[in-house]
Design a protein around this ligand. Structure first.
Ligand SMILES: Nc1ncnc2c1ncn2[C@@H]1O[C@H](COP(=O)(O)OP(=O)(O)OP(=O)(O)O)[C@@H](O)[C@H]1O
Ligand SMILES: [Mg+2]
Length: 354
């Protein structure tokens, strides 16, 4: 854990390197120390969820494991999720060895843990949680909406079981696609195992202008790099207080890129991300058109519908459009016909619709 600079693109893991977010970290730590079973950290991409999570985990004097679900492919298998859990346990083996070595279905080879995911000695997730419950353990799941898919019920059943019986466990889930995370959890869906469960929610918001400029200023100061106030101002205007973009912009500016160049780079990154996000959707082309329409100023239902119909040259049913808008909201790309990330908006203007 070497010291990082503000303008370091890796997620931060301690308060020294993190700008602001005291209140949010306080809330997480309070929820953990008061043994809340389920905590959510929510916010759009690049807002600092992983940084805040890691910082809180490192400060709390508790055992924890961290699963990065970004590593899971879309139709991940039982084997995939068990492997991910095994990896996260392996990284914390020094703290958890005495619990793990007693468990049938877990083998420890040096610093590597293997969990039986089928056959004889197979261990269910609920059983695994029951064993971990021998100690106080925080189970942090980064980008938990990625757990949706064929295994999702099994995982939710296990979390619901732990919620009710494993009082020593606390789950912290993060999600950048907030609607999808809610869908996964299904706390308001009577059919979900987690229906009706209470959870603590911490939302990370964008920094306002003043804070954004202060963060940039500190970042440049750390590098002993002099910049004019209008540069800070302009970066804020383009990137709208999302810390990950501020870090990106600061770093690129420091390395000699002009504001125009670095903005283009950011748009290119966003374009790639959008393509990837939309790969999961059945009617990718239509999604792109809708995003393009909104980016170009269609800011209500009628305007978006007109714009889409014009582009497609046909009448689009209301349910089709409403599905698309709904999904875009669940993916935390737009809300009320505005983009949550200004770079995504600018990228969407340029989306190639084929
Ligand atoms: N408060 C902060 N102070 C300093 N750097 C920050 C802060 N918040 C975020 N960053 C930086 O912004 C980038 C994104 O942060 P992080 O990965 O924690 O966000 P995230 O919400 O987890 O993003 P993603 O949704 O892409 O996973 C990283 O480079 C991180 O170092
Ligand atoms: Mg993250």
């Amino acid at each position: 854990m070497g010291q990082k600079l503000i303008f370091d693109e890796r997620p931060k893991d301690n308060r020294k390197d993190l700008f602001d977010r005291e209140i949010e970290i306080e809330k997480i730590e309070k929820a953990v120390t008061s043994r809340k079973p389920l905590i959510l950290i929510l916010g759009v991409r690049r807002i600092g969820k992983t940084s805040v999570l890691q910082t809180a985990l490192n400060e709390l004097n508790e055992n924890w494991i961290l699963l990065d679900c970004r590593k899971l492919k879309e139709n991940y298998s039982r084997r995939d999720i068990y492997t991910l859990i095994a990896q996260s346990l392996s990284r914390r083996i020094d703290k958890l060895k005495n619990v793990l070595e007693k468990i049938n279905g877990i083998s420890i080879l040096g610093n590597q843990i293997e969990i039986k995911w089928k056959g004889r000695n197979y261990i269910s997730l609920a059983d695994l949680f029951d064993h971990l419950n021998e100690k106080r353990v925080i189970i942090a799941i980064d980008e938990a909406q990625k757990l949706r898919g064929p295994m999702s019920n099994e995982i939710k059943e296990a979390i619901a079981h732990a919620y009710d019986y494993d009082k020593n466990l606390t789950f912290i889930l993060t999600g950048s696609e907030i609607g999808l995370l809610y869908d996964f959890l299904g706390v308001s869906n009577p059919k979900s195992p987690l229906y009706g469960r209470y959870y603590e929610e911490i939302v990370l918001e964008r920094f306002d202008k003043e804070k954004s400029k202060e963060m940039l200023k500190r970042g440049f100061e750390e590098l002993s790099f002099k910049v004019n106030d209008n540069v800070l101002e302009e970066i804020y205007e383009e990137f709208g207080g999302i810390p990950g973009w501020l870090v990106f912009a600061g770093l690129q500016y420091y390395s000699g890129k002009s504001l125009k160049e670095l903005k283009e780079m950011a748009v290119q990154i966003a374009l790639n991300e959008i393509e990837n996000l939309l790969n999961r959707t059945p009617a990718k082309r239509r999604y792109k058109i809708v995003m393009k329409c909104i980016a170009r100023g269609s800011d209500n239902w009628t305007k978006v519908k007109e714009c889409l119909e014009k582009e497609e040259g046909s009448i689009i049913s209301s349910s089709v459009l409403s599905n698309i808008l709904n999904s875009l909201e669940k993916m935390s790309i737009i809300k009320d016909y505005t983009f949550l990330d200004p770079v995504y908006r600018d990228a969407s203007m340029k989306l190639a619709v084929r």
